[in-house]
Design a protein around this ligand. Structure first.
Ligand SMILES: Cc1ncc(COP(=O)(O)OP(=O)(O)O)c(N)n1
Ligand SMILES: Cc1nc(C(=O)O)sc1CCOP(=O)(O)O
Ligand SMILES: [Mg+2]
Length: 267
């Protein structure tokens, strides 16, 4: 175990963060690389001493899987594999019609198929995330409170929360340090994937700036495709989360590659 002490600047104060790096021999270094959050947060004047072994979080190209009325786990696994081949940096299994057992079995298949090349998070279902030994979970505002989710996930898994407006962002920002790793901001544009209010690019700009001012990473979601990346790149979003722009494409690997290339070029 190695120790690393550093002082990190937040808008209001300095925090001291002590990170002890640990090795997990059963997990690949790529997915379980010890890391510090880019913007650790803590209450004003507080000394944060933590042992962080969370997977590295790269929000650049976040694949959220399509939720099919008729289950097709082979297709979901193949899409995840292709997306990772194309450069997806994070995967969320989003299956709105599955049981916890079905979700955890599918999450496990995805993890095995991609060999933990990137973290896999499970949407809505902490039990499935834990049962599959997934790298984390994503929850919504109507799910269990983030502090409860964090308690159940433990300190070594990633946790994301959806945010659609200022009040929901206030709630995210009020969570104790170390609870959330990122927020999803949407829907930026109209989407066929689910019924949700549209923020627009200025709404995204506003919420992303607020999140960043508090050191909370954020990913833009909703109706995002290649032609919109240059606009999104003018905001402080750390990345893009997509369903249709990868899952509904004939060649998901090529689609992921094109999205990541455009996203990088836009910066
Ligand atoms: C990255 C990301 N952002 C937002 C959401 C939406 O979550 P939620 O509001 O809980 O809605 P459902 O996805 O559960 O229908 C997300 N899944 N991922
Ligand atoms: C799952 C989800 N959540 C959203 C939110 O705003 O909370 S928008 C969304 C759907 C994203 O799908 P597509 O990339 O196909 O538009
Ligand atoms: Mg949800």
């Amino acid at each position: 175990m190695e120790g690393l002490g550093c002082r990190l600047r937040s808008p209001s104060t300095f925090h001291t963060l002590v990170i002890r790096q640990q090795r997990h021999p059963e997990r690949t270094p790529a997915s379980r690389a010890p890391h510090a959050p880019r913007h650790p947060r803590g209450a004003a004047g507080m000394t944060v001493t933590s042992t962080l072994t969370r997977p590295h979080l790269d929000l650049s190209l976040y694949l959220v899987t399509i939720s099919l009325d008729e289950r097709d786990d082979d297709r979901i696994v193949a899409t995840c594999q292709a997306a990772v081949e194309g450069g997806a940096t994070l995967i969320q299994l989003r299956d709105k019609h599955a049981t916890t057992e079905q979700r955890s079995a599918l999450a496990r298949r995805i993890i095995d198929a991609i060999g933990r090349a990137v973290p896999v998070l499970v949407n809505d279902d902490i039990n499935a995330a834990i049962a599959a030994d997934a790298e984390g979970a994503h929850i919504g505002q109507d799910d269990l409170p983030p502090t409860v989710a964090r308690q159940r996930l433990g300190p070594d898994r990633l946790l994301g929360l959806s945010v659609h407006n200022d009040a929901e962002l206030d709630y995210a920002l009020a969570q104790p340090a170390g609870t959330l790793d990122y927020i999803g901001l949407g829907a930026v544009y109209p989407t066929q994937t689910k019924e949700v209010k549209v923020l627009g690019i200025d709404g995204l700009r506003h919420l992303a700036a607020r999140a960043h001012a508090h050191g909370l990473p954020c990913v833009a979601i909703g109706g995002i495709g290649g032609e919109r990346l240059s606009d999104i790149a003018t905001t402080e979003a750390d990345g893009i989360a997509v369903v249709s722009a990868i899952c509904a494409q004939p060649d998901p690997a090529a689609a992921a590659k094109a999205l990541l290339t455009r996203w990088k070029q836009a910066h």
